[in-house]
Design a protein around this ligand. Structure first.
Ligand code: GCB
Length: 625
């Protein structure tokens, strides 16, 4: 087994006060040479040098001999060196050449850019040149918004970092390997599914590979703000009259005790000079002169300025209180009912992994048209643009790590991966007011090993962020007569319980829902998935599968059932838009798409969309009180 110790202290600083050494096996994948020590928050609000654009690429088909040795180690003497083959004379040397290779756009998955790579899951090498002008007293990081699934990175032939996980950002320090003028970066991205990965091998979505989000170089002063949390103080109770205090911390990497940090929110009358402690963290509680709280109706964002020494970072942050009381979800002290939809990170119209401003605009256009106030970003963190848009548009968000169905729960190294993915997600999005729920998993099998794993993970999420409720989507209710019983012990560890069910599609008939009584935990319940497939444009009787009418029929019976569950605090139909899933193989109906969308992948609304639009406008299903 090839293992390495990774010092998680810096990556999960708030997670542990002591060094936590984690060693995980990259299956047969080889050694990571350096631990990732830095994780930069707020990069999308910094001035960066974008490395988006055209990158040369070469496909390293399994067994990927350019990347892996026969014993599964990472090869440091192959493509990573980016040398040229002797084409004309001299002894034959290399079997690759980036300089003459075609290019792929970054970001954007490889599958939808090169038809020969459409179903490819394996290693693709990316290379690009860039120019660098050294600046004294700075540190430079290569920031990768996301690369699915494992990445191995070299700059100027030096291996600088590895990363596992396809949906969260990471940062590799390149200060020591950069030179004035021409430089190059080579990244091998391996999208091969791994039984011990998160997610594991079985997924119901398309495994888009590659550098799927923005890539940039971030140059910072030697002491810099790498993490911050600016939120409305989250006390044991909430009172609108007293909601005038901002709390949190600003962490300065490299700071010694007593380093000054300033926090300014001019519009709220906040101008505070703070001091770091021995860990570089300046914790604070400061009174604002006036605060308008963020909500769906009033998504107020404030310009927030952080500074320490040479470093400056400007963000836009909303302030609000989210908590659970009994079976209610309270936003700013008032009960809310979440009218939402699930969404995969699938780009409308063009298909592919959503990653552009245009994709986000289209998705939010659908949500607003639906009159939604909530979206579950399934089943992994989406592009950061989504949460930024949600902040601006007042759409509340459920954000989750890709812990989907069957995971190697018995393996400590998988738990370590889950915690750092959770940390990467929370680090990136903790300052987004729209994010009201962290989800640790979706539809996992109920057994003691998994329950312990997920309970620990839920507690970890709570420890990383004590201001937001923790949730998960559960399956496995069992029918006892006409009673549907959810007694999964993992629900005890959750603040909000997501209940997935497909009555009328995978089980029973649509009308059976009318008579089912649910026995659910006395906690706020979100019906986090329900629905049926329909091919847009196919019409027929309400009992005819695949028709838009049948999809509507399923939902209408669901509404009869859901109205009788007193704890329900939200509706999250599966799914807003049809999405690619290669396991969906019924020709002419699915053609590689999961068809449970309210909208087709090319933006055409099905009848069920109109149904939800009406229900959400009239607020006819569900109550907040
Ligand atoms: C589920 C999963 C979701 C699937 C959906 C389906 O329960 O959570 O990822 O896509 O069912 O359509 O089967």
């Amino acid at each position: 087994m090839n293992c390495f110790s990774i010092v998680l202290l810096e990556r999960v600083r708030s997670l542990s006060a002591s060094l936590l050494f984690v060693c995980w096996a990259f299956a047969s994948v080889g050694l990571a040479q350096q631990p990732l020590k830095t994780l930069l928050a707020g990069v999308d609000h910094r001035a960066v040098t974008s490395l988006n654009g055209d990158w040369h690429y070469l496909v390293d088909q399994p067994p990927a001999k350019g990347l892996y040795t026969s014993s599964g180690k990472i090869r440091d003497n192959g493509y990573a060196l980016n040398t040229r083959p002797n084409i004309k004379d001299g002894p034959h040397n290399e079997e690759y050449d980036f300089a003459t290779a075609p290019t792929l756009k970054v970001p954007v998955d490889w599958n939808t850019q090169d038809p020969t790579l459409f179903r490819y899951e394996g290693v693709v090498w990316y290379q690009r040149d860039f120019n660098y002008t050294p600046q004294p007293n700075t540190r430079t990081f290569l920031h990768i918004g996301a690369a699915n699934y494992k990445s191995f990175i070299w700059v100027n032939q030096k291996r600088i970092c590895d990363h596992e996980g396809g949906f969260t950002p990471f940062d590799c320090e390149v200060t020591a390997v950069l030179k004035p003028g021409d430089n190059f970066v080579v990244i091998a991205v391996d999208s091969t599914r791994d039984i011990d990965g998160i997610p594991s091998v079985g997924i119901d979505w398309f495994n888009y590979g590659g550098l799927t989000r923005d890539v940039s170089l971030v140059t910072l002063p030697t002491k810099f703000i790498d993490d911050y949390d600016v939120h409305l103080k989250h006390g044991t109770t909430f009172s609108a009259a007293e909601a005038d205090t901002l709390a949190g911390y600003i962490h300065v990497e490299g700071a010694t005790t007593g380093t000054t940090v300033t926090l300014r929110v001019p519009e709220a009358g906040v101008d505070a000079a703070l001091k770091t402690d021995g860990n570089g963290r300046a914790s604070f509680e400061v009174k604002a002169k006036h605060l308008e709280l963020w909500s769906h109706e009033n998504p107020k964002l404030y310009a927030v300025e952080l500074a320490s020494g040479e470093d400056r970072l400007n963000d836009e942050i909303g302030f609000r209180d989210i908590r659970v009381e009994g079976t209610k979800i309270l936003l700013n002290g008032k009960p809310i009912f979440l009218q939402g939809a699930n969404m995969h990170a699938e780009a409308p119209y063009r298909t592919g992994r959503a990653c552009t401003d245009e994709d986000v605009k289209n998705i939010f256009g659908f949500l607003k048209d639906l009159n939604a106030n909530f979206v579950r970003l399934a089943h992994y963190p989406h592009d950061e643009r989504m949460e930024r848009a949600a902040d601006r548009e007042g759409i509340m968000v459920w954000s989750e790590i890709p812990l989907w169905q069957h995971i190697s729960f018995e393996k400590p190294e998988v738990y370590a991966k889950a915690t750092y993915m959770l940390n990467e997600m929370i680090r990136r999005d903790r300052n987004k007011a729209s994010v009201i729920l962290w989800s640790v998993s979706n539809e996992t099998p109920n057994n003691p090993v998994r329950t312990k794993f997920l309970t620990d993970l839920a507690n970890e999420a709570r420890r990383l962020d004590p201001t937001r409720p923790i949730t998960s989507a559960l399956i496995g209710p069992h029918l006892k007569g006409t009673e549907m019983v959810q007694d999964d012990p993992f629900a005890d560890a959750l603040d909000v319980v997501g209940q997935n069910e497909y009555i009328g599609w995978y089980e029973l008939r649509p009308e059976d829902a009318d008579n089912i009584q649910w026995k659910l935990p006395q906690k706020p319940i979100l019906i986090s998935e329900f629905g049926a497939e329909a091919k847009q444009g196919v019409h027929g009787g309400k009992d005819e599968r695949w028709t838009e009418e049948q999809q509507v029929n399923v939902y209408e019976h669901q509404f009869i059932m859901i109205k009788k569950i007193p704890q329900v605090r939200g509706l999250v139909p599966w799914v807003l838009m049809d999405f690619r899933s290669p396991t969906r193989n019924i020709p002419k109906l699915q053609d590689g798409f999961n068809r449970k969308g309210l909208i087709s992948e090319d933006g055409k609304k099905k009848l069920a969309f109109t149904l939800f639009q009406k229900v959400y406008t009239e607020r006819s299903v569900g109550k907040s009180e």
